[in-house]
Design a protein around this ligand. Structure first.
Ligand code: TEU
Length: 557
């Protein structure tokens, strides 16, 4: 039995991430909106979801698609009004769905009132809400780089000082050293919690405390995010936030933890730390990139993925809680990266779903993954909308790089792959919008890959997700049980036990385009197949032959 005080609703929940701009357009302006989301709540409920994580919907000039907030207390015009928000929240409560908001407080927009004031003069009351430095011999204060290309410092011509922006120059970093700023943030968090929201996903929360000596990147350039992360006061700030805000509500929190290594994770989520419930680490999501280089691919062995998953499971085993995800709005599509998005799209999307639903931790499903949406082909730079791609393109152009090569690279790496509109049916714009054109192109494969087609087809990815989520709900041992690898060194099959009290389950996942055989110590003849992505009889004996991307969960009891 799991002690009652360790059982939590957010541990047993399945979270669905919505990218609001691309989910559903109710007013046919080519952009998704809140009313659009409200109109799809039954769909989300039917999937078996408990919690929605809503990407940022606050007022924003959209330099970084809502991650640049100009008013934390209001809704972006593109998405509707506060009334629409209240209606969405009420619709969710009615259906027993909870809402987690994106909290973006490492930086604000440069159009936020605070920054506008700060620009007015060096002694303005809001100046210290941001991070300013003198030029160094006429250059930026140091060699820090932005996540979105170029220097992380921008000159304010009026005062002659530079301000820090780890992301775009329209996203000045907030100065958490300033206690008044922190109080403003806590007040704003309470505003949303008092409205009834159920928690926060905290954007790049690992970056909020800066090393005050701003250490040079020097050789560490490639891994600059590790240098920015885990600053000296980050835990003090999170504990203060917990004391002042979080602990007064029954909510869930998950911090986006860029640059947080395994051994520091317990400091953020340890049960006795009073900081956050979960973090999103980056170790597995980065696996196909050369360390620190967003746009350089590397091949990765399956054993490495297993190692990362097992290590994180272990380190949070008795202290804290894990979050499980394979995709979000910052990465290309899950099935295109970890599976096979052509011949075995359906099989591999189901296999990857089986993985996230059978690990210990809280699983997060990114919208569209439940129908196996894939990467999209972008023909030219005009078709991309993401600032990360656009800035990198300009930088490549300035450096005289081969721009065709750059576009080919972005067809693998761009964040826009995950942001194309949700594919609802095979009508115009995939049923997302009646507009003449949508803010980002619709993936032309919507005629085959869409929700309506998946609803109809009993063997669809969507129906597999529904079944899988129900299975997880019926088997808390899948949530809480111990994990033990089978055939650790196998490069084609990810196989493991989940054990809980006297229950044992075996999870078998093929990551291969070929058939593979895997030996198992147990006799499977007595086992009961709980779910599988192929229509085959339950396996018997001590060895199983798996078809390409075959996945199954077997109950050994
Ligand atoms: O992402 C932070 C982050 O680390 C990403 O920049 C990531 O490294 C990159 O996307 C990999 O390609 C968060 C948000 O999720 C992202 O959408 C925002 O752009 C960013 O913060 C700034 O708010």
């Amino acid at each position: 039995m799991i002690p009652e005080n360790q059982r939590k609703w957010w541990k047993e929940a399945v979270v669905y991430q919505i990218y609001p701009r691309s989910f559903m357009d109710s007013d046919d302006d080519g952009k998704g909106d809140l009313k659009g989301i409200t109109s799809k709540l039954d769909y989300i409920k039917d999937l078996g979801i408990d919690v929605i994580w809503l990407g940022p919907v606050y007022k924003s000039p959209n330099d970084d698609m809502g991650y640049d907030i100009s008013d934390y207390y209001d809704i972006m015009d593109d998405f509707g009004t506060m009334e629409d928000f209240d209606e969405l929240l009420a619709g969710m409560k009615e259906r027993g769905l909870r809402l987690v908001m994106d909290l973006v407080v490492n930086h604000s927009s440069d159009e936020h009132q605070w920054f506008r004031e700060a620009l007015k003069s060096k002694d303005n009351r809001y100046r210290d809400y941001y991070i300013w430095k003198q030029p160094l011999n006429g250059d930026p204060p140091n060699d820090w780089l932005s996540f979105f290309s170029g220097s992380a410092w921008e000159l304010d011509e009026t005062s002659g000082e530079y301000y820090l922006h780890l992301f775009s120059k329209k996203q000045p970093d907030l100065n958490w050293e300033n206690p008044e700023l922190r109080q403003e943030i806590y007040k704003m968090m309470k505003f949303w919690l008092d409205k009834g929201v159920d928690g926060f996903r905290m954007d790049v929360i690992s970056l909020i405390s800066k090393y005050q000596d701003f250490p040079s990147l020097n050789e560490g350039q490639n891994n600059f995010r590790n240098i920015y992360a885990n600053g000296p006061r980050v835990h003090e700030f999170l504990q203060e936030m917990n004391r002042e805000v979080l602990q007064h509500y029954d909510i869930m929190t998950v911090g986006e933890a860029v640059g947080v290594p395994l051994d520091e994770a317990p400091l953020y989520v340890g049960a006795d730390r009073n900081e956050l419930n979960m973090i999103f680490h980056f170790e597995h999501i980065d696996i196909d990139r050369v360390p620190g280089q967003f746009f350089t691919h590397r091949n990765w062995p399956l054993t490495e993925l297993k190692k990362i998953i097992v290590e994180w499971d272990q380190v949070l085993r008795d202290n804290g809680w894990n979050s499980i995800y394979l995709g979000n709005h910052d990465w290309p599509r899950t099935v295109s990266r970890f599976g096979n998005d052509t011949k075995y799209r359906v099989e591999s999307a189901k296999m990857l779903a089986t993985l996230i639903m059978s690990l210990r931790g809280t699983p997060y499903v990114y919208n569209g993954d439940e129908i196996g949406m894939t990467n999209c082909h972008f023909n030219s730079i005009d078709e991309f909308k993401d600032i990360q791609t656009l800035n990198a393109y300009n930088e490549a152009a300035d450096n005289g790089a081969d721009l065709d090569e750059f576009i080919r690279g972005q067809n693998r790496f761009s964040r826009d792959h995950a942001r194309t509109p949700m594919q609802w049916d095979d009508s115009k714009n995939a049923g997302f919008s009646e507009a003449d054109s949508t803010w980002l192109k619709v993936n032309p494969n919507y005629t085959d890959i869409n929700v309506a087609a998946d609803v109809e087809n009993p063997n669809s990815i969507l129906n597999y997700y529904r079944k899988l989520i129900r299975l997880r709900k019926d088997n808390p041992d899948l949530v809480y049980g111990e994990m033990e690898l089978i055939e650790e060194g196998n490069e084609k099959v990810f196989a493991f036990y989940r054990r809980f009290e006297n229950k044992t389950k075996i999870v078998l996942l093929s990551f291969s385009d070929d058939t593979t055989e895997i030996p198992i110590d147990d006799d499977l003849s007595d086992g009961k197949m709980l779910i599988s992505n192929y229509d085959k009889p339950s396996p018997t004996g001590n060895s199983i032959v798996l078809d390409p991307y075959e996945a199954m969960i077997i109950d050994l009891e």
